[in-house]
Every structure is written in structure tokens, then in C-alpha cells.
Design a protein around this ligand. Structure first.
Ligand code: PMV
Length: 309
């Protein structure tokens, strides 16, 4: 018998980095998935279509999640974990969080632990901390819960519900980066300019709350304006770079309502919203320039798991 779990990718719509320091952020699950199978084995092993057989450093966090859960729930950590993914790694689209959440969910299912979504998030955070240092927890929260959430540290995520669907454009720069390094850079900026940082964080927190209202009201033009404002704040912190700024400019020049980097920055992906009639040509235009680009319909569902005999 084996347990299968699927967890979605994510995009941070507004508020990344500031969320680590207490601001509200808005995040959406995306309809791209990481698939995980967990089955009993004579030893602990992990196989991934992106990283091959583990030991490789990238998959160490998976063993942290499994070991942590095995210890907490007195289960055997000797399982074979197989991971396959539609989400590019290091692209700011939550591949690591989706993997940790899916591993936690499949391990829970295999051992009939019946963990709730908040408990799965806690288990996944053990792996996330081992990669990112001091993450806010927004990535595993949205990958586990699905849909769209307003998130701040030390509080339960708030679900953002709306009628129908909305669409986002995601485009991957092809540049991998380290979230840990980017979070460290922002902490240094905060230490150096505490007053300025506090004002910026308060502004972005307010911006995230307004962005959630606009998404709910289907005011995509208003939302787009806020995305571009958020990008400027991230630029001022020094987490953007020339490649991402050029992609944002390109998205705006092609008629997007607004655009910004999404996730830790320094590489990874950009996010845009655009009038319905322009989405296709924007996706084609960015793809033609070599950026992996797709339109994502939200809301997308959260983690799911089941047993297979
Ligand atoms: O690792 P990424 O690109 O998904 O970024 C995570 C978002 C940050 O706000 C930069 C970090 C965090 O833990 O919230």
C-alpha cells in the first residue's frame, strides 16, 4: 500500500518579505502541482524527477519532515518517498513548500494520523526552516490550504473567497536564487533603516488588505496598480534586479494592468494581471523571449491525499 499526495504551487500576490516582519501578505495557490508517493520500505529513501536520488542537498529537507513526523507520532521513518513535479524549482513558485506539504500529507495518510491542515503546515515548516532559515510560513500555508489567503505571522490565515475565477500571468526569469540570502538582505536593510522599513512595511500591509478587496470585487485594474506599487517597494529594498525589472516593464508595455516580482526576488518569477483580451498575446510574447510563461486560473485547490493499494 502507498499514500499519494498532491500539493499546489503558489504565487505571492502582494507582501512578500514584509510578511516576514509582521505585514499582511496575499497569496494564491496555483493549478500546478507537486506529486508525492510515500510507501513503507526497509530504509529511508527519496527519489525525485528534478534531483535524482537523495542524498542531494536539495532533498535533505524532505528527510527533516519525515524524521520530525516519525519522532512526533512514533512511526517508522523508513519510507520510500517519490517526488515528481510540474513546478520549476527555485522559481519563486513554491516548489519546496508544495513538496514539504505533500510529503507531510502523504506520510500522515500512510500512517492514518489524520492530521489537520494547520498540523500539516507545522510539519512542513520543519523542512522549510531547514532551507530558508526564518521563513514566515506563508508558502506552506497557501500550498496546504489552497485558494487565496491573507496571511500574517502569529495568526491563522484568512481565506479570501470570491465568485467565479480570476487569472494571473506568471513568467519565470530562468534565474534561480536563494530565498535565505534574500531574506537575510532584507533583515540587514531593516537594521540599517528601521524607521523607513517600518513605514514601508505598514504601507505594504495596507496594500495587501486593499489588494484582497480588489481581487474579491474583480477589480483587476485596481489590483494591477497595487502590484506595480508593490514592485517599487521591493525594488527599494534591493530584492529586484535588472532582469526582473525588465520583465515587469515588458509586461506593462504589453498592456498588463500591473506587474511585480513574486517571491523572494533576485531571480525567480514575475506576476502580472491583464485585461482578458490581452492575456494570450502577453503569454505568447514573454514565451517567445524565452521566459517560461503561463496563465493560471485561481482559485486552485489545496493539498489532497489518498491511499493506493
Ligand atoms: O521562497 P519564495 O520565493 O517562495 O519566497 C518566500 C516569500 C518570502 O516572503 C520572501 C519569505 C517568507 O518566508 O515569507
Amino acid at each position: 500500500m502507498r499514500a499519494i499526495a498532491e500539493a499546489p504551487a503558489k504565487a505571492i500576490v502582494t507582501g512578500e518579505h514584509f510578511v516576514v516582519h509582521g505585514a499582511w501578505a496575499l497569496a494564491a495557490a496555483l493549478p500546478r502541482k507537486v506529486h508525492v508517493a510515500v510507501e513503507p520500505s526497509s530504509k529511508f529513501e527519496v527519489v525525485s524527477d528534478q534531483f535524482g536520488k537523495v542524498g542531494s542537498a536539495e532533498l535533505l529537507p524532505v528527510s527533516r519532515v519525515v524524521e520530525g513526523m516519525a519522532r512526533e507520532f512514533s512511526e517508522k521513518p523508513t519510507v520510500r518517498v517519490t517526488i515528481s513535479s510540474d513546478v520549476p524549482g527555485g522559481a519563486g513558485l513554491g516548489s519546496s513548500a508544495a513538496t514539504m506539504v505533500a510529503v507531510a500529507s502523504a506520510f500522515s495518510k500512510l500512517n492514518s494520523l489524520g492530521l489537520t491542515v494547520p498540523e500539516l503546515i507545522d510539519s512542513a515548516m520543519v523542512g522549510e526552516r531547514s532551507i530558508h532559515g526564518n521563513p514566515s510560513g506563508i508558502d506552506p500555508a497557501v500550498c496546504a490550504q489552497g485558494g487565496v489567503i491573507l496571511f500574517r505571522t502569529e495568526a491563522a490565515p484568512k481565506k479570501v473567497s470570491f465568485e467565479g475565477t480570476r487569472s494571473l500571468i506568471l513568467s519565470y526569469s530562468g534565474l534561480k536564487r536563494s530565498t535565505k540570502g534574500q531574506i537575510g538582505h532584507v533583515s540587514k536593510m531593516k537594521d540599517r533603516y528601521p524607521g523607513m522599513f517600518e513605514s514601508l512595511a505598514a504601507g505594504i500591509s495596507e496594500l495587501s488588505l486593499r489588494a484582497s478587496e480588489m481581487l474579491r470585487a474583480d477589480d483587476m485594474k485596481g489590483l494591477g496598480t497595487l502590484l506595480t506599487v508593490n514592485h517599487a517597494a521591493l525594488m527599494s529594498l534591493g530584492v529586484s534586479n535588472d532582469a526582473l525589472d525588465k520583465m515587469v516593464d515588458l509586461l506593462l508595455s504589453m498592456g498588463s494592468y500591473g506587474a511585480k516580482l513574486t517571491g523572494a526576488g533576485g531571480g525567480g518569477s514575475v506576476l502580472a494581471v491583464a485585461p482578458e483580451g490581452k492575456e494570450k498575446s502577453i503569454v505568447t510574447g514573454l514565451s517567445a523571449r524565452g521566459f517560461e510563461t503561463f496563465r493560471a486560473t485561481i482559485p486552485a485547490e489545496g493539498v489532497k491525499s489518498w491511499l493506493e493499494r
